[in-house]
Ligand binder design. Structure first.
Ligand code: ADP
Ligand code: MG
Length: 252
């Protein structure tokens, strides 16, 4: 059993000579909740793109559960157990949260049974548990269009979990959320971290403080420093690269 769920070795991504990732070395343990932060343009989104196979590294290796996934197509990497949540929610607004979760549970199954069949009782149990986990039991049968932005984010995190990935990648889950919704999403990620490996890309320092155990700071495509939130926030290099950019501002 490999204790490292994810490792990158000397990963470089060049866009016409510009290095969005520059000799990036990163690793996280199975079961870890890791937060990656960094100023605009640091390479955070490119980092997720490389892990999921959307972007090919120019140099270096990406290892998932000890297996080199470089050059595998995106769909195959997803099937190996990497699930990604994008910044904007992608739920079906005309379906209810329960129906959205049922579809997500069924994603690997026959499309016809998904559309016309009844969910099996084990799926219903899973959906019921997921609705509780994401705090949407009371709104399970309303159209998802009626949910707040924060509730949609939680629903989409639930849909990601429904696909049982081994590693959850979450891109800026609290951008544009109210303080209360931010805290709810933080509590949800902490609850999921009990049983999942999670990599969160984030810019909101307040939120990072709520959820982070270990933080990695990216800058110009490389790891600038790693440590607890207090360690990185007091690191002179980190303060310098964030100068002129408020640390709490949401970025897109
Ligand atoms: P972050 O998410 O940390 O803000 P990105 O990973 O989006 O940073 O981008 C890192 C750098 O790479 C930025 O300077 C960006 O302009 C550049 N970049 C990202 N994608 C491309 C691309 N497809 N072509 C050219 N440059 C890109
Ligand atoms: Mg980005």
């Amino acid at each position: 059993m490999n204790r490292k769920i994810l490792e990158t070795e000397n990963v470089t991504v060049s866009f016409d000579g510009f290095k969005a990732l520059n000799n990036l070395n990163f690793s996280m343990d199975a079961g870890e909740l890791r937060v990656v932060i960094g100023p605009n343009g640091a390479g955070k989104t490119t980092f997720l793109d490389v892990i999921t196979g959307k972007v090919q590294p120019t140099e270096g290796r990406v290892m998932f559960k000890g297996r080199n996934v470089r050059r595998l197509p995106e769909e195959q990497i997803a099937l190996l157990g990497i699930g990604r949540k994008f910044q904007t929610p992608r739920v079906y607004l005309n379906l209810t949260p329960r129906e959205n979760l049922e579809l997500a549970c069924n994603r690997n199954k026959n499309v016809f049974s998904t559309l016309f069949g009844q969910p099996s009782s084990s799926e219903r149990t899973t959906v019921k548990g997921l609705l509780e986990t994401i705090g949407l039991t009371l709104k399970a049968d309303l159209a998802s269009a009626l949910l707040s932005h924060g509730e949609k984010q939680r629903l989409e995190i639930g849909m990601l979990v429904a696909q049982s990935p081994d590693l959850l990648l979450v891109d800026e889950p609290v951008a544009g959320l109210t303080d209360e919704e931010t805290e709810n999403v933080g509590d949800l990620l902490l609850a999921l971290a009990e049983s999942h490996s999670i990599l969160v890309i984030e810019h909101d320092m307040e939120f990072v403080r709520q959820i982070a155990r270990k933080v990695t700071v990216l800058h110009q495509g490389s790891v600038l420093c790693e440590g607890t939130i207090d360690e990185v926030q007091n690191d002179p290099q980190v303060i310098e690269v964030y100068l002129g950019e408020p640390m709490t501002t949401a970025e897109h």
